[in-house]
Every structure is written in structure tokens, then in C-alpha cells.
Design a protein around this ligand. Structure first.
Ligand code: CA
Length: 222
């Protein structure tokens, strides 16, 4: 588990990184926001510990940048005691947890273990879930409401492309290029047939036709 530790107080940073190394974390230390962002890109950490008061780009700026770049890496904020506004702002910007200074090392380690369990849960899952439909790309199984469907390969692949791109319209050409290899014979209505077969097995309205453009699985709740 790789941790990016962003803390400009060198004494605190050293103490923290020693404790983390003892817990078998791999630790990279950044002492300002600018290098935090640079290290983030090269290290691709599993967790970030982020002090808010930093030179140059502060912790809010770092967090904001990471979330704008769609990085979902868990971020634990270090903040001053009683700084309720800071905690609220950081959580709203996408922080996953916070710890007020001064804190006890066992609490920090426990919070990191909790965050890392969450990382492991996410990264070991091959499932794409949209509403009641679950597609497992490791086993090629699809289930609706927990009941497994038996899908021919091309139907499975059609559904996979649409579910991976949930909320995005996929054109017939994109689907064809994902389903058929170069030069393979494709019936002119092959995609329509796969979609029609899928619709008989999936919840009503699960795959929408966008007339003249392609097909779409809408995001749940939209
Ligand atoms: Ca600081």
C-alpha cells in the first residue's frame, strides 16, 4: 500500500513516515502542494495524507485538483483542532476522512487501515453495477436481481460496452468495433439483433435507443 504524505512540518512528517513504514506502508513525503501533485502523478499512491496548511498550493488546492482530475484515491486530511469550517470544506471537496492535530498515532493508523480496506474492496471487484443489473468482467457473468442470465458472447460484449460507458451514448459503429474483429463479416442489423435479444432479458427500459445516434444505458437516478 503506497501512501503519499503531504506535510510541510518536517518533524511531524518524519515521525509520521517512520510510523507508517513500521506498519508496512510505502511512504513518499511531499512538503508542499506543488510537489504533492507531481509525486501523485509519478507514484500513483493508494492513499493520501494531506495537511491543509501548506506553502504554495494549500491542501484544499491539492484536493480540488485531484478530484477535478477524477482521481478517487482516498484522502485523509490533517487539520487544526476545532477547525470545523476547514473540515466541512475539505469533506465537501472530496476528502474521505480527517484527523485533528494533535492526534495519537494509533488513531491515524486505524483510520488508514479503514481507508485501505475500502481501497482493496474497490480494486478487487470486477463488477459493474447499474441498478439491479450486475456484470462481472472476470467471470463474464451477468445477473439481474441476483438471477444469472445466460448470454451469448456477442450479447455479453454489447452489454459490457454499454455498462462500462453508463450514461454515454454508444454508436452502432463503436459497438461493432468492440464486438467484431477487423474484416469479420457483420450483418447490417447485427447490433440491432443483439440489443433486441438483450432487451428481452434485461429490465424494461434498461437500454435506451437514441434515435439516429445509438444506444445508452442511463445512469441510475437520471
Ligand atoms: Ca502545515
Amino acid at each position: 500500500m503506497k501512501v503519499l504524505l503531504v506535510e510541510d512540518n518536517k518533524d511531524l512528517s518524519n515521525a509520521l513516515s517512520q510510523a507508517l513504514v513500521r506498519e508496512n506502508f510505502v511512504v513518499e513525503c511531499a512538503y508542499d502542494g506543488q510537489s504533492a501533485l507531481r509525486y501523485f502523478d509519478s507514484l500513483e499512491p493508494d492513499l493520501v495524507i494531506l495537511d491543509l496548511g501548506l506553502p504554495e498550493i494549500d491542501g484544499f488546492g491539492v484536493l480540488n485538483h485531484l478530484r477535478n482530475q477524477k482521481h478517487t484515491t482516498p484522502v485523509l486530511i490533517l487539520t487544526a483542532r476545532n477547525a470545523v469550517d476547514e473540515k466541512v470544506k475539505a469533506l465537501d471537496l472530496g476528502a474521505d476522512d480527517y484527523l485533528s492535530k494533535p492526534f495519537e498515532m494509533p488513531e491515524l493508523l486505524a483510520r488508514l487501515r479503514a481507508l485501505s480496506r475500502r481501497v482493496n474492496l474497490v480494486s478487487t471487484s470486477n463488477e459493474i453495477v447499474v441498478g439491479t443489473v450486475v456484470l462481472d468482467s472476470a467471470t463474464h457473468e451477468v445477473a439481474v436481481d441476483g438471477v444469472k442470465l445466460s448470454l451469448p458472447k456477442k450479447e455479453y460484449m454489447t452489454l459490457k460496452v454499454l455498462m462500462e460507458g453508463v450514461g454515454q451514448v454508444k454508436t452502432k459503429q463503436i459497438l461493432e468495433s468492440n464486438l467484431y474483429s477487423w474484416g469479420e463479416e457483420i450483418g447490417s442489423n447485427a447490433i440491432e439483433v443483439h440489443i433486441s435479444n438483450l432487451r428481452k432479458k434485461l429490465p424494461e427500459g434498461f437500454i435506451k435507443t437514441i434515435r439516429g445516434v445509438g444506444y445508452l444505458i442511463p445512469k441510475v437516478g437520471s
